[in-house]
Every structure is written in structure tokens, then in C-alpha cells.
Design a protein around this ligand. Sequence first.
Ligand code: SAH
Length: 401
Amino acid sequence: MKQLRKVQLQSKSIKDITNGYPLILKDAIETPDIPLEEGNLLHLVDKSGGYIATGYYGTQNKGIGWVLTRKEKEQIDKKFFAKKIREAVEKRANLFASEDTTAFRVFNGEGDGIGGLTIDFFNGFYMVSWYSEGIYSFQEDIYHALDEVVQTRGVYEKLRFNTNGQYVKQDDYVSGEKGEFPLIVLENKMKFAVDLNDDAMTGIFLDQRNVRKALRDKYSEGKTVLNTFSYTGAFSVAAVLGGSTGTTSVDLAKRSLPKTIQQFEVNDIDYHTQDIKVMNVFDYFSYAARHELKFDVVVLDPPSFARTKKMTFSTAKDYPKLLKDALKITNEGGLIIASTNNASFNMKKFKTFIDKAFKETNTRYKIVEEHQLPEDFTVPHNFPEFNYLKVVFIKVMDVNL
Ligand code: SAH
């Protein structure tokens, strides 16, 4: 049985939580001195002890836990988890039925009613990510619930509760069939090689599905494409399949080279015809400028923070500079696809970074397309701050007016 703790909420947080805000912030608690342990169930009450919601205690970078229900009588047990997972699966019926796409998010944490837990589908395999020790303490019930609701070929997991969502290295196999990796998944008919048991990441960021499709279908034909922070080159694959005349993928990580070759190979693309550079993007910008290289399409998808020996980069601070660097090597009439997953600023703010960069370089631009999280990355109603992904397709008009 789970320990139940009665915890009094600050009066200013009561309205948010009643209105559906799912996160329990540290300063939402009136009585911070009560000793709480990871996985404790919290009965959140007002100052006269009146029931507000039930949550669990699980510290992660965003807060100290998540609301699970606002119904006092609802038990947090296997049945509860099965209900949440079933609802999430039903919402994705179209994706489950799709023959063109076999990798997508099945359960998106707070957007599906259980913060700190995500479940992804990879061609029959399920990958469960746990973002706190607290939510992981419910693993037995949650795994039973998952088995009850879906037929899993095999299950893998990522423990991300060491510090601030950092991945804890381990064997990620949980149950069922052991995958043979790379496992090939489909996304809008594109093939991607994934590995569910190698490091923190799988080889593909599923939240960019619609962006890859747009790049392939509308912006690649006959174009040269520079893919910066390219990781396994997924955007480059999309570009080549969309008719790009040549892609250049740039990533600092050594593993990006074999991984990108592999993504090309599984799509029957001769990787010798494409450029793959293992180098710092910022050095590449200078290299390209020196060699007078210019591209029709430039994809910018940096991590929120990056540190190299020489420099640190933060999207919240340095995005305008990144755009200016990219502009120097983008053809007039070309396109910059600017992406960020930094949750600390919203789309409106991101557009101010874009505006700043173009104004400062006297360049006219036009936003031709915008993306946020795709529908399987469900966001809680009325709380767009959980929609962390922001992608803007910017057409470069006249340079240096
Ligand atoms: N755009 C990719 C995901 C990018 S993940 C995709 O859609 O699949 C961020 C990547 O940036 C990582 O692979 C990391 O190795 C790389 N990276 C971080 N700092 C970098 C730098 N200064 N130069 C080049 N690559 C960098």
C-alpha cells in the first residue's frame, strides 16, 4: 500500500489545480516541512482540510509531483493506470491503424493524465520513460496495466530520474521479446533505424514527425539542404526522399557519422552522395562562409543547452546569433527551419528572436509554416506551456535591404 500524505496547498495554487493545472510546484505546498518520500500519494487539501486533488510525490526538474485525479474517491491503483492508458491508446487509434507510420507516442505524461511517464510505440515494441523515482515506484501496477491494455511485442524502459531527467545507464530491456537492433520503424513511409537499448536516445525524435513530412513533401525538391545538429540525420533522410539535390549533415558527436550512414542505408540512399560532417556547427558556419557555400534550406535544431570546450550555447540567449550565422549561408529566397524544444520560452518569444535576427541583418522574411507538438504528444487543455516544441519555417526574402 502506498503511503498517503495530507498536504496543504497554498491558496494561490488551489485555483490552478482545480482548473486542471497538472504540476505540483514546490512552492504550491503550504507545509513544506512535512517529510515526503518519492512515490507517496498526496492528498492535496485547502487550509480547512477540504479535498482539492490527489497526486504523487516525485521530484523532477519541473516540480515535486503531479496531480493524478480531482475525484476524492478515485483509487490510484492498477485499474486507474489501465484506464488512463486505455484512454490514451484509444486517442491514437488512427496511428495504431496506420500502415505508413509505426513509431509514435502512446502516452504523453501530463497530457494523458500521469505526469512523469511517457510511453512510445516502435513497431510493436513499447518504450516506457520514467522521469522520477516517485512514478517509478508505481512500475508494477503500470506495467500490469500496459499489458492489460495492449499487446506488447517487447518492453524497454528509460530511467531518467538521476538528476534533472538525465538518463541512468543500464540494460533497458524489461519484458517480452528482445528486440534485434536496429529495429526499423516507418514514419509516413520513411524508414528509420532505432535502438531501444543503446544510450538515452533511440535514434529518432518522434515529436518532429510533421516537420520531417513537411520538409520532404514541400521544401526539398531540387534544393540543397544543410541539416545542423543533425544527430542521426533524420531531417536529411526526409530531404533526400523529397528530392533534395544534396544534403549536408553536421553534428559534433562521433556516433552521428555511423548512425547517419545507417539512416541513409535503410532508405536505400547511397550515403556517398551525401555530405556528413562530424564537427561543431559553429565551426562549420565559418568553414562554409570561407568556402562560399550556400544552401537553399537550412535546418536549425540545437539542444536547449550545449557546451563545448570553447563555448556554451543556450537557445534562450543565443538563438538570434544562430539565425544570423545561418542567414549568411542561406540563399536568397531560401528557407530556414528554426526549431527549439526549450520549454522556458513560448512561440511568441521565439518569434521575437527570429524578428531580432532578421531586423539586425536588414533581411525581409516571411513565416510560411509553424509547428508545435504533433497530436500524439498530447498537451493538457488550457496549458500551452507544456507544448515545448516550436518550429518555424522562415522564407528568406530580400537580403540586406
Ligand atoms: N535535429 C536532430 C536532433 C538534434 S539533437 C533530429 O531531428 O534528429 C541535438 C544534437 O546536437 C545532438 O546530436 C548533439 O550531438 C548535437 N550538438 C550539440 N552541440 C553541438 C555543436 N556545437 N555542434 C554540432 N552538434 C552539436
